[in-house]
Design a protein around this ligand. Structure first.
Ligand code: HEC
Length: 108
């Protein structure tokens, strides 16, 4: 393979790695994690991207319950569908739970 071509391939790979979508395993902020793991489903279910259309009579999980839901599939007493994201670290689960709890308690 000519050196120029080889260099071109290596450069392309490096650029893709640097500019590609962020690896979710490295995400730290609740907002970033929420946008990656949670948002699209809430939009699909017509709850609003920030849960703003969630009917106000619904159960309100506390942040620690949201952590249990995220890491261990605990959903009582809410009607939240089962989502299990054991790949989240305790810190990530905590960050996204705090963020979602805040959303839930803003203006609805
Ligand atoms: C498979 C789709 C789906 C995914 C993925 C999802 N949700 Fe939900 N979420 C729902 C539905 C449906 C409801 C409404 C439940 C109800 O009607 O009581 C909801 C409601 C909520 C509520 C409000 C209800 C409460 O108990 O306070 C919070 C907070 C919430 N989701 C957090 C999250 C977080 C955090 C994530 C990501 C880690 C997430 N959700 C991912 C479907 C989803």
């Amino acid at each position: 393979m000519p050196t120029a071509l080889r260099l071109g391939i290596i450069t392309t790979c490096l650029l893709l790695a640097a500019c590609g979508p962020k690896d979710p395993a490295r995400m730290k902020s609740g907002e970033e994690l929420y946008d990656y793991y949670c948002r699209s489903c809430h939009v699909e279910r017509n709850l609003g991207a920030r849960l703003e259309r969630l009917p106000s009579d619904r159960a309100q999980l506390k942040p620690h319950e949201l952590v249990l839901m995220i890491r261990h599939d605990y959903t009582q007493p809410s009607r939240h569908p089962d989502i299990r994201l054991p790949q989240l670290s305790p810190e990530q689960a905590d960050a996204v739970a705090q963020y979602a709890y805040k959303l839930r308690h803003q203006g609805n």
